[in-house]
Design a protein around this ligand. Structure first.
Ligand SMILES: [Zn+2]
Length: 58
C-alpha cells in the first residue's frame, strides 16, 4: 500500500477496531515515513481516501 502523501511504501496496518475506526473492508493505515494515518473508503462505488491524521511536519 502506497502512502497517498509521500508515496513511500512503508505503510502499516493499524488495529483500531476497539475504537471503531476501522473495519476489515477499510483498514486504517499509517505511513512509517511521514506519519500520515488514513483509510480507503468506497463512496458511491468510487474509492476515496479519508485522512484521519495529517502527516508530520518536517
Ligand atoms: Zn507517507
Amino acid at each position: 500500500m502506497k502512502c497517498p502523501n509521500c508515496g513511500k511504501r512503508t505503510a502499516i496496518d493499524l488495529d483500531l477496531h476497539s475504537e471503531g475506526f476501522t473495519s476489515d473492508e477499510n483498514p486504517v493505515k499509517e505511513c512509517g515515513a511521514c506519519g500520515l494515518v488514513w483509510r480507503h473508503q468506497s463512496i458511491k462505488g468510487k474509492p476515496e481516501i479519508d485522512i484521519i491524521k495529517p502527516a508530520r511536519r518536517e
